[in-house]
Design a protein around this ligand. Structure first.
Ligand SMILES: [Zn+2]
Length: 389
Protein backbone atom coordinates (compact mmCIF):
# COMPACT_ATOMS: atom_id res chain seq x y z
CA UNK A 1 0.00 0.00 0.00
CA UNK A 2 1.14 3.53 -0.72
CA UNK A 3 0.29 6.48 1.51
CA UNK A 4 1.03 10.16 1.06
CA UNK A 5 3.50 11.14 3.76
CA UNK A 6 3.47 14.87 4.56
CA UNK A 7 6.96 14.59 6.05
CA UNK A 8 8.53 13.87 2.66
CA UNK A 9 5.74 15.26 0.48
CA UNK A 10 5.34 12.05 -1.52
CA UNK A 11 3.43 8.80 -1.80
CA UNK A 12 5.46 6.08 -0.13
CA UNK A 13 5.24 2.34 0.33
CA UNK A 14 3.69 1.64 3.69
CA UNK A 15 6.10 -0.54 5.66
CA UNK A 16 5.32 -0.63 9.39
CA UNK A 17 8.12 -0.61 11.96
CA UNK A 18 7.02 -3.98 13.33
CA UNK A 19 5.90 -6.25 10.53
CA UNK A 20 2.10 -6.62 10.78
CA UNK A 21 1.66 -4.38 13.85
CA UNK A 22 0.63 -0.80 13.19
CA UNK A 23 0.72 2.01 15.75
CA UNK A 24 -1.42 5.00 14.94
CA UNK A 25 -2.16 8.26 16.72
CA UNK A 26 -4.81 10.74 15.62
CA UNK A 27 -5.24 14.11 17.30
CA UNK A 28 -8.66 14.34 18.87
CA UNK A 29 -11.11 17.08 19.64
CA UNK A 30 -11.06 20.03 21.99
CA UNK A 31 -14.47 19.35 23.51
CA UNK A 32 -16.57 22.50 23.77
CA UNK A 33 -18.94 22.01 20.87
CA UNK A 34 -20.49 19.13 18.95
CA UNK A 35 -19.00 17.23 16.03
CA UNK A 36 -19.05 19.05 12.72
CA UNK A 37 -18.52 17.71 9.23
CA UNK A 38 -14.83 18.70 9.23
CA UNK A 39 -14.16 16.56 12.33
CA UNK A 40 -16.10 13.66 10.83
CA UNK A 41 -14.13 13.89 7.55
CA UNK A 42 -10.84 13.37 9.41
CA UNK A 43 -12.04 10.65 11.76
CA UNK A 44 -13.99 8.68 9.14
CA UNK A 45 -10.97 8.71 6.83
CA UNK A 46 -8.81 7.21 9.59
CA UNK A 47 -11.62 4.79 10.41
CA UNK A 48 -11.60 3.55 6.79
CA UNK A 49 -7.80 3.28 6.88
CA UNK A 50 -7.86 1.23 10.10
CA UNK A 51 -10.59 -1.05 8.79
CA UNK A 52 -8.65 -1.60 5.57
CA UNK A 53 -5.41 -2.32 7.45
CA UNK A 54 -7.27 -4.89 9.55
CA UNK A 55 -8.82 -6.38 6.41
CA UNK A 56 -5.25 -6.80 5.11
CA UNK A 57 -4.22 -8.66 8.26
CA UNK A 58 -2.56 -5.89 10.26
CA UNK A 59 -3.07 -5.52 13.97
CA UNK A 60 -3.72 -1.84 14.67
CA UNK A 61 -3.19 -0.08 17.99
CA UNK A 62 -4.92 3.25 17.76
CA UNK A 63 -4.73 6.14 20.18
CA UNK A 64 -6.85 9.24 20.04
CA UNK A 65 -6.76 11.99 22.63
CA UNK A 66 -9.22 14.48 24.03
CA UNK A 67 -7.69 17.92 24.57
CA UNK A 68 -9.79 18.56 27.62
CA UNK A 69 -7.19 20.91 29.11
CA UNK A 70 -7.23 24.14 27.23
CA UNK A 71 -3.79 25.63 26.76
CA UNK A 72 -4.96 29.17 26.13
CA UNK A 73 -7.68 30.97 28.09
CA UNK A 74 -10.30 30.39 25.41
CA UNK A 75 -12.53 27.67 23.94
CA UNK A 76 -13.38 25.31 26.85
CA UNK A 77 -12.24 27.79 29.47
CA UNK A 78 -14.13 30.67 27.95
CA UNK A 79 -17.27 28.54 27.68
CA UNK A 80 -16.85 27.22 31.24
CA UNK A 81 -16.51 30.78 32.49
CA UNK A 82 -19.60 31.93 30.58
CA UNK A 83 -21.67 28.99 31.84
CA UNK A 84 -20.14 29.10 35.31
CA UNK A 85 -19.33 25.39 35.36
CA UNK A 86 -16.11 23.45 35.91
CA UNK A 87 -13.92 23.08 32.79
CA UNK A 88 -13.78 19.29 33.19
CA UNK A 89 -17.58 18.96 33.45
CA UNK A 90 -18.00 20.94 30.25
CA UNK A 91 -15.31 18.87 28.49
CA UNK A 92 -16.89 15.61 29.63
CA UNK A 93 -20.31 16.69 28.38
CA UNK A 94 -19.08 17.57 24.87
CA UNK A 95 -16.80 14.55 24.62
CA UNK A 96 -19.78 12.29 25.25
CA UNK A 97 -21.73 14.11 22.52
CA UNK A 98 -18.80 13.61 20.14
CA UNK A 99 -18.56 9.89 20.94
CA UNK A 100 -22.31 9.44 20.41
CA UNK A 101 -22.14 11.13 16.99
CA UNK A 102 -19.13 9.06 15.95
CA UNK A 103 -20.64 5.78 17.18
CA UNK A 104 -23.75 6.57 15.13
CA UNK A 105 -21.45 6.88 12.11
CA UNK A 106 -20.18 3.36 12.93
CA UNK A 107 -16.74 4.62 13.95
CA UNK A 108 -14.44 2.03 15.52
CA UNK A 109 -13.54 3.13 19.02
CA UNK A 110 -9.79 3.73 19.45
CA UNK A 111 -7.76 1.18 21.39
CA UNK A 112 -6.81 4.00 23.75
CA UNK A 113 -9.07 7.01 24.12
CA UNK A 114 -7.13 9.32 26.40
CA UNK A 115 -8.14 12.45 28.23
CA UNK A 116 -5.23 14.88 28.57
CA UNK A 117 -6.31 15.68 32.14
CA UNK A 118 -5.68 12.06 33.14
CA UNK A 119 -2.20 11.87 31.61
CA UNK A 120 -0.43 14.66 33.52
CA UNK A 121 2.38 12.43 34.90
CA UNK A 122 3.39 11.38 31.36
CA UNK A 123 3.55 15.06 30.35
CA UNK A 124 5.59 16.07 33.40
CA UNK A 125 7.95 13.19 32.69
CA UNK A 126 8.49 14.32 29.10
CA UNK A 127 8.97 17.98 30.06
CA UNK A 128 11.54 16.89 32.65
CA UNK A 129 13.43 14.96 29.95
CA UNK A 130 13.49 18.07 27.76
CA UNK A 131 14.85 20.09 30.69
CA UNK A 132 17.49 17.41 31.39
CA UNK A 133 18.49 17.46 27.71
CA UNK A 134 18.78 21.27 27.80
CA UNK A 135 16.06 21.47 25.15
CA UNK A 136 13.84 23.48 27.49
CA UNK A 137 14.10 26.13 30.22
CA UNK A 138 12.07 27.08 33.25
CA UNK A 139 11.13 30.65 34.14
CA UNK A 140 8.53 32.10 36.53
CA UNK A 141 6.86 28.72 37.07
CA UNK A 142 6.45 28.02 33.35
CA UNK A 143 8.56 25.80 31.10
CA UNK A 144 9.31 26.52 27.45
CA UNK A 145 11.08 24.52 24.79
CA UNK A 146 14.18 26.21 23.35
CA UNK A 147 13.66 26.21 19.61
CA UNK A 148 17.21 27.42 18.97
CA UNK A 149 18.35 23.94 20.14
CA UNK A 150 16.28 22.19 17.44
CA UNK A 151 18.32 21.87 14.23
CA UNK A 152 15.49 21.02 11.89
CA UNK A 153 12.50 22.91 13.27
CA UNK A 154 10.15 23.25 10.29
CA UNK A 155 11.00 19.92 8.66
CA UNK A 156 7.34 18.90 8.54
CA UNK A 157 5.69 22.21 7.66
CA UNK A 158 8.58 23.49 5.47
CA UNK A 159 7.76 27.02 6.58
CA UNK A 160 10.19 29.89 7.01
CA UNK A 161 10.59 31.38 10.48
CA UNK A 162 8.60 34.39 9.33
CA UNK A 163 5.72 32.24 8.04
CA UNK A 164 5.76 30.25 11.28
CA UNK A 165 5.58 33.40 13.32
CA UNK A 166 2.54 34.62 11.41
CA UNK A 167 0.67 31.33 11.83
CA UNK A 168 1.72 31.03 15.49
CA UNK A 169 0.26 34.47 16.06
CA UNK A 170 -3.00 33.45 14.36
CA UNK A 171 -3.11 30.41 16.66
CA UNK A 172 -2.60 32.70 19.67
CA UNK A 173 0.61 30.86 20.51
CA UNK A 174 1.78 33.40 23.02
CA UNK A 175 4.55 34.73 20.73
CA UNK A 176 4.81 38.05 22.58
CA UNK A 177 5.48 36.42 25.95
CA UNK A 178 8.55 38.26 27.28
CA UNK A 179 9.66 35.21 29.30
CA UNK A 180 10.42 33.30 26.10
CA UNK A 181 13.93 33.35 24.64
CA UNK A 182 12.50 33.16 21.13
CA UNK A 183 8.93 34.00 20.08
CA UNK A 184 8.47 30.50 18.57
CA UNK A 185 9.50 28.65 21.74
CA UNK A 186 6.76 26.22 22.72
CA UNK A 187 4.92 26.55 26.02
CA UNK A 188 5.36 23.16 27.71
CA UNK A 189 4.01 24.10 31.12
CA UNK A 190 1.94 27.19 31.87
CA UNK A 191 2.12 28.46 35.44
CA UNK A 192 -1.10 28.94 37.40
CA UNK A 193 -1.85 30.44 40.78
CA UNK A 194 -4.03 29.12 43.55
CA UNK A 195 -6.18 32.26 43.58
CA UNK A 196 -7.06 32.02 39.88
CA UNK A 197 -10.77 31.30 39.24
CA UNK A 198 -11.96 27.66 39.16
CA UNK A 199 -12.41 27.62 35.37
CA UNK A 200 -8.59 27.64 35.05
CA UNK A 201 -7.18 24.07 35.27
CA UNK A 202 -4.46 23.62 37.90
CA UNK A 203 -2.21 20.64 38.45
CA UNK A 204 0.80 20.21 40.69
CA UNK A 205 4.20 19.75 39.09
CA UNK A 206 7.89 20.06 40.01
CA UNK A 207 7.64 23.66 38.71
CA UNK A 208 4.60 24.57 40.77
CA UNK A 209 0.90 24.76 39.93
CA UNK A 210 0.01 24.95 36.29
CA UNK A 211 -1.21 23.11 33.23
CA UNK A 212 0.49 21.49 30.25
CA UNK A 213 0.65 23.12 26.84
CA UNK A 214 -1.48 21.69 24.05
CA UNK A 215 1.44 20.32 22.03
CA UNK A 216 3.14 18.39 24.83
CA UNK A 217 -0.15 16.58 25.50
CA UNK A 218 0.04 14.66 22.24
CA UNK A 219 3.80 13.99 22.43
CA UNK A 220 3.35 12.51 25.89
CA UNK A 221 0.24 10.48 25.10
CA UNK A 222 1.64 8.98 21.89
CA UNK A 223 4.75 7.83 23.79
CA UNK A 224 2.86 6.59 26.89
CA UNK A 225 0.20 4.65 24.97
CA UNK A 226 2.11 3.53 21.85
CA UNK A 227 5.88 3.94 21.76
CA UNK A 228 8.69 6.43 21.29
CA UNK A 229 8.60 5.59 17.56
CA UNK A 230 5.25 5.17 15.86
CA UNK A 231 4.05 4.29 12.38
CA UNK A 232 1.30 6.79 11.60
CA UNK A 233 0.32 10.11 13.10
CA UNK A 234 -2.58 12.00 11.67
CA UNK A 235 -4.96 14.88 11.93
CA UNK A 236 -6.36 17.74 9.92
CA UNK A 237 -3.80 19.63 7.85
CA UNK A 238 -4.33 22.77 9.94
CA UNK A 239 -2.47 20.89 12.68
CA UNK A 240 0.79 20.64 10.69
CA UNK A 241 2.00 23.90 12.18
CA UNK A 242 2.32 24.64 15.00
CA UNK A 243 0.92 21.48 16.61
CA UNK A 244 2.66 18.64 14.79
CA UNK A 245 5.88 20.55 14.18
CA UNK A 246 6.02 21.14 17.94
CA UNK A 247 5.26 17.49 18.68
CA UNK A 248 8.25 16.44 16.55
CA UNK A 249 10.59 18.87 18.31
CA UNK A 250 9.37 17.71 21.74
CA UNK A 251 9.26 13.96 21.16
CA UNK A 252 12.55 13.77 19.27
CA UNK A 253 14.20 16.25 21.64
CA UNK A 254 13.24 14.15 24.65
CA UNK A 255 13.98 10.65 23.34
CA UNK A 256 16.65 11.33 20.69
CA UNK A 257 14.85 8.80 18.47
CA UNK A 258 14.27 10.08 14.94
CA UNK A 259 11.87 10.13 13.17
CA UNK A 260 9.33 9.90 15.95
CA UNK A 261 6.64 9.30 13.31
CA UNK A 262 7.29 7.34 10.12
CA UNK A 263 4.20 8.48 8.18
CA UNK A 264 2.43 11.80 8.76
CA UNK A 265 -1.07 11.84 7.24
CA UNK A 266 -3.03 15.07 6.97
CA UNK A 267 -6.62 15.42 5.87
CA UNK A 268 -8.07 18.30 3.86
CA UNK A 269 -10.39 20.96 5.18
CA UNK A 270 -14.15 21.10 4.66
CA UNK A 271 -15.63 24.37 3.45
CA UNK A 272 -19.19 25.62 3.65
CA UNK A 273 -20.68 28.77 2.12
CA UNK A 274 -17.29 29.76 0.73
CA UNK A 275 -15.20 29.50 3.88
CA UNK A 276 -13.47 26.80 5.90
CA UNK A 277 -15.90 25.41 8.45
CA UNK A 278 -15.01 27.04 11.74
CA UNK A 279 -16.57 28.23 14.92
CA UNK A 280 -15.38 31.79 14.32
CA UNK A 281 -17.01 31.92 10.85
CA UNK A 282 -20.23 30.47 12.24
CA UNK A 283 -20.57 28.08 9.30
CA UNK A 284 -20.41 24.73 11.09
CA UNK A 285 -22.51 21.87 9.76
CA UNK A 286 -23.20 19.59 12.71
CA UNK A 287 -23.34 15.82 12.32
CA UNK A 288 -26.21 15.62 14.81
CA UNK A 289 -28.27 17.93 12.57
CA UNK A 290 -27.46 15.94 9.42
CA UNK A 291 -28.44 12.70 11.19
CA UNK A 292 -31.96 14.07 11.65
CA UNK A 293 -32.43 13.92 7.87
CA UNK A 294 -29.92 11.43 6.50
CA UNK A 295 -28.71 7.94 7.35
CA UNK A 296 -25.25 7.42 8.90
CA UNK A 297 -24.27 5.45 5.78
CA UNK A 298 -25.18 8.41 3.54
CA UNK A 299 -22.93 10.70 5.61
CA UNK A 300 -20.09 8.16 5.49
CA UNK A 301 -20.58 7.82 1.72
CA UNK A 302 -20.38 11.59 1.24
CA UNK A 303 -17.19 11.80 3.32
CA UNK A 304 -15.49 8.90 1.55
CA UNK A 305 -16.50 10.26 -1.87
CA UNK A 306 -13.85 12.96 -1.34
CA UNK A 307 -10.11 12.41 -1.58
CA UNK A 308 -8.90 12.53 2.00
CA UNK A 309 -6.09 14.97 1.28
CA UNK A 310 -8.11 17.55 -0.62
CA UNK A 311 -10.15 20.47 0.60
CA UNK A 312 -13.78 20.33 -0.49
CA UNK A 313 -16.92 22.36 -0.14
CA UNK A 314 -20.08 20.90 1.32
CA UNK A 315 -23.21 21.79 -0.65
CA UNK A 316 -26.70 21.29 0.68
CA UNK A 317 -27.69 18.87 -2.12
CA UNK A 318 -24.66 16.61 -1.62
CA UNK A 319 -26.28 14.31 0.90
CA UNK A 320 -29.28 13.70 -1.34
CA UNK A 321 -26.86 12.40 -3.99
CA UNK A 322 -25.03 10.29 -1.44
CA UNK A 323 -28.31 8.88 -0.18
CA UNK A 324 -29.27 7.91 -3.74
CA UNK A 325 -25.97 6.04 -4.26
CA UNK A 326 -26.25 4.31 -0.89
CA UNK A 327 -29.81 3.29 -1.83
CA UNK A 328 -28.58 1.67 -5.09
CA UNK A 329 -25.90 -0.36 -3.28
CA UNK A 330 -28.10 -1.33 -0.34
CA UNK A 331 -31.03 -2.44 -2.49
CA UNK A 332 -28.74 -4.91 -4.29
CA UNK A 333 -27.30 -6.13 -0.99
CA UNK A 334 -30.85 -6.56 0.38
CA UNK A 335 -31.81 -8.82 -2.55
CA UNK A 336 -28.97 -11.12 -1.53
CA UNK A 337 -28.74 -12.55 -5.05
CA UNK A 338 -25.50 -14.48 -5.32
CA UNK A 339 -26.54 -16.36 -8.44
CA UNK A 340 -25.46 -13.68 -10.92
CA UNK A 341 -22.26 -14.73 -12.61
CA UNK A 342 -19.73 -11.96 -12.25
CA UNK A 343 -15.99 -11.95 -11.95
CA UNK A 344 -14.43 -10.96 -8.64
CA UNK A 345 -13.64 -7.25 -8.35
CA UNK A 346 -11.59 -7.68 -5.19
CA UNK A 347 -8.37 -7.02 -7.03
CA UNK A 348 -9.65 -3.63 -8.24
CA UNK A 349 -10.88 -2.80 -4.76
CA UNK A 350 -7.49 -3.49 -3.18
CA UNK A 351 -5.57 -1.75 -5.93
CA UNK A 352 -7.64 1.44 -5.43
CA UNK A 353 -7.30 1.23 -1.65
CA UNK A 354 -3.58 0.49 -1.92
CA UNK A 355 -3.18 3.65 -3.97
CA UNK A 356 -3.21 6.08 -1.05
CA UNK A 357 -6.69 4.98 0.00
CA UNK A 358 -8.49 6.17 -3.09
CA UNK A 359 -11.98 5.90 -1.61
CA UNK A 360 -13.73 8.01 -4.31
CA UNK A 361 -12.67 5.41 -6.89
CA UNK A 362 -13.73 2.57 -4.61
CA UNK A 363 -17.23 4.01 -4.21
CA UNK A 364 -17.45 4.18 -8.01
CA UNK A 365 -16.48 0.52 -8.12
CA UNK A 366 -19.21 -0.39 -5.62
CA UNK A 367 -21.79 1.31 -7.85
CA UNK A 368 -20.48 -0.63 -10.86
CA UNK A 369 -20.75 -3.91 -8.95
CA UNK A 370 -24.29 -2.96 -7.88
CA UNK A 371 -25.23 -2.53 -11.56
CA UNK A 372 -24.48 -6.21 -12.16
CA UNK A 373 -27.16 -6.95 -9.55
CA UNK A 374 -24.82 -9.36 -7.85
CA UNK A 375 -24.54 -9.05 -4.12
CA UNK A 376 -21.52 -11.37 -4.20
CA UNK A 377 -18.65 -9.35 -2.68
CA UNK A 378 -20.70 -6.16 -2.57
CA UNK A 379 -21.76 -6.59 1.05
CA UNK A 380 -18.26 -7.57 2.13
CA UNK A 381 -16.54 -4.63 0.40
CA UNK A 382 -19.20 -2.21 1.63
CA UNK A 383 -18.54 -3.38 5.17
CA UNK A 384 -14.75 -3.08 4.82
CA UNK A 385 -15.32 0.66 4.34
CA UNK A 386 -17.30 0.77 7.57
CA UNK A 387 -20.83 0.94 6.20
CA UNK A 388 -23.32 -0.73 8.51
CA UNK A 389 -25.50 -3.31 6.74
ZN1 LIG B 1 -2.46 16.41 18.89
Amino acid sequence: MKLFNSLNGSKEDFIPLNDKQVSLYVCGITPYDTTHLGHAFTYIFFDALIRYLKFQGYKVTYTQNVTDINDRDKDILQRAKEQNIAWNKLAQYWTEKFLTDMQTLNWLAPTNYLYASQQIPAMINLIQKLLDNKMAYQINGSVYSDISRVDDYGKLSKLSAQQMLKIARDFEEDVDNQDKKQPLDITLWRAAWQNQPPYIPKFTSPWGLGRPGWHIECSAMSISSLDELIDIHGGGKDLIFPHHEAEIAQSEGATGKIPFVKYWLHTGAVFYEGAKMSKSKGNLVMISDLLKKYSPNSIRWLLLSHNWQKDWEFKDGDLKEAQKDVGIVESVIAKNDISAQSASRLHEFTSFMDDNLNTPQVLGLLLQIAKTNSSRELKKLYEVLGFRV
